[in-house]
Design a protein. Structure first.
Length: 462
């Protein structure tokens, strides 16, 4: 039987500016790994050939966005560019207040600072790393209630980001509404493979939260990609625009945080948007204390302008067609070669199943981390572990690590940055590594920090 080879998508843009990247020798990469403590976060960017560490803040801006930088209003208060941003956010999210911050984790910090206290619980489908850390920094618990299908990497269920509504109801009944200041839905679900949340699930979660008077907020950094999947996969939305779908999504909530470094197609920025006047006042007070005045929020006017324009561009369906197709193209190349990948393919990244890729490495020797090291060593490709180092918890009694259900390595593809030839290089390198996977060694921890340890941890090979 002949297997049809996947074809790369046609880029809906022309390249007007380029950044030079230089190959680094295998010997130099070995030295870099040792100097970095075998932590790819510590590797200088100029020593990386293809950088798939994150899609956050790594996008290529359009000519329209670059033009916006030149007309950015740098006034301290009431800058023209803020009002452009405010109008763009209100058009999509439809909430009353728009509060800028320098990035998504800052938006999370000021929102949780105003809403969450010690002993509280914040349920979600899946919290990502900074969201979880900001909840826990308040002395609260970040609770994941994603559906069971999310943990089956072979299932083709189209909305693996959905929250388990039965578990949510039981959780609320058990803990009581007084201990749950808000619930969150991450769209798309980054921790679970970039998987979307269906509008049906969003409506059901919203109804449960309204019944118990619990505000529902969205972690909306990839809202446009989520809306695109709804259009393509959910019955009844085939003829809807991305904007229409996004507006319906947010109509079921009371607010959102966003890292503009994702679907706003910029290199820095974020915001909180919500309806509640009293809550907005508390959030703004925390913003002034740690970020800046409410009409700039720690950002330059030029950045506010670029975000406003990026939020318009991300709604374009030809861009989203290309974006999702480029990710799927990499996934198809790997899948056809037998490389274990999470399915269905997400909107911003392909996720390698590290424990299947390296079955000879036990979980306590961190196969996901070992795979990130091996990929850099072999091909100069930088990726991110989404597994035990990022999400393991220590048992309070035994001190042993409790590992997450999935051990993943994320190949996050920056928006409008890499060509099809570069995507093919990544696929070929991973396939070669998979053919020689027995040579990859496990890892042990040398030094770690108590929170977000993956950013600064130092490791060594066993």
């Amino acid at each position: 039987m002949n297997i049809k080879s996947p074809k790369p998508p046609l880029e809906p843009f022309r390249i007007k500016s380029v950044e030079r990247i230089k190959p680094v020798s295998r010997r130099e990469r070995e030295n870099v790994l040792k100097e970095s403590g075998f932590n790819v976060f510590n590797i200088p960017a100029e020593k990386v050939l293809i950088d798939l560490l994150t899609d956050s803040g790594t996008s290529a801006m359009s000519d329209h966005q670059w033009a916006g930088l030149m007309v950015g209003d740098e006034s301290y208060a009431g800058a023209r560019s803020f009002y452009h941003l405010e109008a763009a956010v209100k058009n999509i999210f439809c909430f009353k207040h728009v509060i800028p911050a320098h990035q998504g984790r800052a938006a999370e910090r000021i929102l949780f600072g105003a809403m969450v206290k010690k002993g509280d619980y914040v349920p979600s489908n899946n919290h990502f790393d900074t969201t979880r850390a900001n909840v826990e920094a308040r002395g609260a618990a970040a609770v994941d209630l994603v559906i069971d299908e999310a943990y089956n990497p072979d299932s083709d269920y189209p909305f693996k980001g959905d929250m388990d509504t039965s578990r949510l109801k039981k959780f609320i009944e058990k803990k009581g509404t007084g201990k749950i200041p808000l619930a969150m839905l991450t769209i798309t679900n980054n921790s679970g493979g970039g998987q979307p949340v269906s509008l049906r699930n969003i409506r059901e979660v919203s109804q449960i939260c309204k019944q118990h008077r619990i505000p529902l907020f969205f972690d909306a950094c990839r809202f446009a990609e989520n809306a695109y999947f709804i259009k393509k996969r959910e019955k009844g939305y085939e003829g809807k625009s991305i904007l229409d779908i996004a507006q319906e999504i947010f109509s079921y909530g009371q607010g959102a945080t966003m890292s503009a470094k994702k679907d706003a197609l910029v290199n820095i920025g974020g915001f909180v948007t919500l309806d509640d006047d009293k809550l907005a006042e508390k959030v703004k007070n925390l913003l002034i204390l740690g970020e800046g005045f409410p009409t700039y929020g720690g950002l330059a006017g030029r950045d506010l302008e670029a975000i406003a324009r990026g939020l318009e561009e991300v709604l374009e369906e030809d861009y989203l067609d290309y974006r999702v197709s480029q990710v799927a193209y990499l996934g198809q190349l790997l899948d056809q070669a037998g490389v274990p990948v999470l399915k269905p393919f997400g909107g911003h990244a392909i996720y390698l199943l590290a424990d299947r890729f390296l079955p000879h490495i036990p979980r306590h020797q961190y196969p996901g981390w070992a795979l990130t090291v091996a990929l850099y060593r072999q091909a100069g490709i930088r990726t991110s572990e989404i597994g035990a180092i990022m999400f393991a918890k220590k048992d309070a009694k035994t001190g042993r690590e409790i590992f997450p259900k999935l051990e993943l390595v994320r190949l996050a593809i920056p928006r409008r940055v890499y060509t099809s030839a570069q995507i093919e290089y990544v696929a070929e390198a991973i396939i070669r590594l998979y053919e020689n996977r027995d040579e990859v060694r496990g890892m042990r921890i040398v030094r770690e920090s108590p929170q977000l340890r993956h950013f600064t941890i130092r490791m060594e090979e066993i």
